[in-house]
Ligand binder design. Structure first.
Ligand code: GLU
Length: 308
């Protein structure tokens, strides 16, 4: 039987917070319970480049929580050639087209009715992609992926079948001459042999797009697991307004990591009361099927318990 493999893929754009701890711990526990491998990849193509110390601090936070991973950590920005190869393949398949329109210009084009496309959705897509691409002057430009079928059904292990009805062409390469997230993540998951993608459901629609890239490149799509997000009592995603939930702050203030693990265990319906838990106790009691489908609310009581 071939090995299954999952990945932790933090972006350095924001410091890791409680929501990240929750999805990373679930990801880790699912992998470890099932004898899958788990790799760590630093996704630093969007936003500031990271240096050695921010990789080390991410690794230190994960280790502090008792989360371990297998093998070397991949840093995306270190070598762009795998993404460039993906771009070249998509160009050679006429699966993408260059397009320098701004977002605003695209919106305007899309809202104007057009004879061939009364809804105006595809008005920016060239009719003859091959000829259009052969006129490219080699200047950095946005490259957009052609979504042939705007309807897409995605099978998710936790959420079941999800249907998307209006997928539009999307950017896979930006005019800063950098791979866009959608392309980079597919290239990396494929070359790192990731079989299971476990992450927050804010990336569910991205999975529909990514699925189209897998097909276009003739790659095998991973199994998708989209997790509930951690939100505040106001229903909004965890952010500064909900207090300082950065793991680094907790770490610097000398918080016991067992408190965070215990809180996540409660969120995963493993316990009913606030109690401390070790990572190995968490692993022992964890069952992915006990997770709620709804988002997880970080309450005032949770905060008081954590900081108390
Ligand atoms: N790097 C992304 C993030 O931190 C996650 C991407 C993914 O899991 O596909 O939001």
């Amino acid at each position: 039987m071939s090995i299954r493999r999952s990945r932790l893929a933090p972006s350095p754009t924001g410091a890791l917070h409680l929501g990240n701890a929750c999805s990373f711990l679930i990801n880790w526990a699912l992998a470890r319970k099932n004898d899958w491998e788990l790799i760590l990849r630093m996704e630093d193509l969007v936003g500031p480049r990271i240096n050695l110390s921010s990789i080390e601090s991410t690794q230190a936070i994960l280790s502090w929580l008792g989360i371990d991973w297998d093998g070397e950590t991949l840093l995306q920005s270190q070598d762009l050639s795998p993404y460039k190869d993906g771009l070249d393949t998509l160009i050679s398949h006429s699966q993408i087209y260059h397009c320098n329109l701004t977002r605003k210009e695209i919106e305007q084009a899309a809202s104007a009715p057009h004879a061939d496309d009364p809804f105006g959705k595809h008005v920016i897509r060239p009719k003859d992609v091959q000829t259009h691409n052969s006129n490219w002057n080699n200047e950095p430009t946005n490259w957009r992926f052609i979504v042939h079928d705007r309807q897409h059904v995605l099978k998710d292990e936790l959420l079941g079948k999800k249907q998307f009805d209006h997928l539009n062409d999307f950017v896979v390469w930006t005019k800063n001459d950098m791979p866009a997230y959608q392309l980079a993540v597919v290239i990396d998951d494929a070359r790192q042999n990731v079989t299971d993608v476990i992450r927050g459901h804010d990336l569910l629609e991205s999975a529909a797009w990514q699925s189209q890239i897998y097909t276009a490149l003739g790659l095998k799509e991973p199994t998708w697991w989209h997790l509930p997000l951690v939100i505040g009592e106001d229903g909004l995603r965890l952010a500064k307004r909900h207090g300082d939930t950065r793991l680094l702050t907790y770490f610097n203030n000398g918080m016991q990591p067992e408190k965070i693990i215990g809180l996540i265990a409660k969120w995963c319906n493993m316990t009913t009361l606030h109690e401390t838990l070790s990572t190995s106790e968490f692993l022992h009691g964890f069952d992915i099927h006990q997770l709620n489908k709804d988002d997880i609310v970080f309450t005032k009581e949770d905060e008081q318990w954590l900081l108390g």
